[in-house]
Design a protein around this ligand. Structure first.
Ligand code: IMP
Length: 461
């Protein structure tokens, strides 16, 4: 290397190790000072992240969390972008005095109104056969379907009105026929070529006026080569990954770390040279349908036959309320379970975690005992990771381990003092997780704010 030349920047990839809602936004924010660019690589406005900054709380679903701290936010080619949500979030942040710098990959696909409508229609149609995933209704699945079917509309098309019109003229009649003839629905202007063209052409004009579009891979590579640090911010979690999750009760993208490369246009070696931090919530939650072997009790309306341990319903309610476990995007109450260790062992392998951030240990404080699902028995055999099919997962019986509970504490003081100030029983619990995943702990979340995080390791150092 020539003397005086700045070394390339570092990358850190943040991945949810469970079913989403592990508190990824807080970790992105925690390490945000050393980051220049935060890039999302998958998903869309189905994600919900809450970032607490000083006295202010920001709820975002599309804009990368780093953008509230003045970092450049990139929505990579692997994302699906609803321009209406994007501009509403940007305008909302501007009204609160922020000036977010958000770039969008020209290769990213656009969520159109008919995608949202079809998402709802198909979920309803699937209900009778229990195949509905309990989606967020944001049109995520139908948009990824069109991407793979080579009939999608990309951000780049919004900047090119001729291309936009040609593609709408091809695809919209198909979507209308699908809604009306296959599902027997009535359609409205969400399926009207003329009004879609006008509305989305205008979004294209705004993207161009504000110089928001980029070739994400090139943009990020230049930044890294110039010595800037990049964080790849995964949305959702490993067990709802389209390939590695509880299919079909999954989202339609890959939250796992491999997609940080594909979904942004940098090489896998770039991602692999950096850190990959798995975010673990100290217990488990799930919104939407699907199995949850360590489930505690049940959400209202579910019967004991739905599984779980109904006798622990009160405990689930306590954890739900204490942890604010209601969907950021949909407001739905989340189902609650004990930590499922086979699930996070699977996640650690799929993404190759180099570090862990374990959140919400404060929420479990004050209990006599905390349990974890340590392994499963499947068809007479003990297994340590999640099986590949949801039917097999449903047959798993959980082998629990019990840990002595830990007391409430002044968590801000704990965070200020450091790891050793964490109550001893909680440290035993944390070290068990770290040992089982053979991965060191980088941070421990003891509350929602940045000041309520115990930092053990700074990945950019
Ligand atoms: P979709 O991503 O809206 O298609 O929803 C598919 C499944 O993923 C549903 O079970 C959703 O509840 C779940 N899901 C999607 N986004 C999130 C998230 O950010 N956190 C937790 N679950 C999610």
């Amino acid at each position: 290397m020539e003397v005086g030349l700045k070394p390339p920047g570092m990358t850190v990839t943040i991945v949810g190790s469970q079913l989403g809602d592990e508190g990824k936004g807080g970790v992105v924010d925690l390490y945000g000072d050393e980051v220049d660019v935060v890039a999302r690589y998958q998903g869309g406005d189905n994600a919900g992240h809450t970032v607490v900054f000083g006295e202010e709380e920001y709820k975002l679903s599309l804009v990368p969390s780093g953008a509230i701290r003045g970092k450049v936010g990139v929505l990579g080619n692997g994302c699906v972008v609803n321009p209406e949500t994007l501009f509403a979030e940007i305008d909302g942040l501007r009204e609160r005095g922020l000036d977010p710098d958000v770039r969008v990959a020209e290769r990213a696909h656009v969520i159109l109104p008919y995608h949202r409508v079809l998402d709802g229609i198909e979920e309803t149609a699937k209900e009778d056969s229990d195949l509905d995933a309990g989606t967020t209704g944001r049109g995520i699945g139908p948009t990824y379907e069109d991407k793979i079917g080579r009939r999608g509309i990309r951000i780049g098309d919004l900047l090119d009105p001729d291309s936009l019109r040609t593609k709408l003229e091809y695809v919209v009649p198909q979507k209308r026929a699908l809604a009306e003839d296959v599902f027997g629905a009535t359609t409205d202007e969400a399926f009207d070529i003329g009004s879609l063209y006008e509305q989305y052409r205008r979004y294209g004009e705004r993207l161009a006026e504000e110089e928001m579009t980029v070739n994400a891979g090139g943009f990020l590579t230049e930044r890294i080569e110039a010595g800037e640090n990049v964080m790849f911010e995964g949305a959702q979690g490993t067990s709802i990954d389209i390939d590695h999750g509880d299919y079909p009760y999954v989202t339609s993208s890959n939250p796992t770390a491999g997609y940080a490369a594909t979904g942004t246009g940098v090489g896998p070696t770039v991602v692999g040279r950096g850190e990959v931090i798995g975010i673990v919530k100290a217990y488990l939650t799930r919104v939407g349908t699907g199995e949850l072997p360590t489930e505690l009790g049940s959400v209202e309306g579910q019967t004991p036959e739905d599984g779980g341990r109904p006798e622990m319903a009160d405990l689930a309610t306590e954890i739900r309320d204490e942890g604010g476990e209601y969907g950021t995007v949909t407001g739905r109450p989340r189902r609650v379970g004990w930590l499922d260790v086979p699930m996070i062992r699977h996640a650690a392998r799929v993404s190759g975690f180099t570090g862990l951030a374990i959140n919400h240990i404060d929420v479990l404080a004050g209990m006599d005992e905390v349990e974890v699902g340590h392994s499963y028995d499947l068809d007479g055999e003990e297994i340590l990771t999640m099986p590949p099919t949801s039917k097999q997962w449903a047959r798993c019986e959980v082998n629990y381990r019990r840990f002595d509970g830990w007391p409430e504490a002044d968590w801000e003081a704990v965070a200020a003092e450091g790891y050793d100030a964490i109550p001893e029983n909680a440290r035993t619990y944390l070290e068990y997780i770290s040992d089982e995943l053979d991965t060191p702990i980088y941070a421990v979340g003891v509350g929602p704010g940045r000041e309520q995080t115990v930092i053990v390791e700074t990945p950019f150092a």
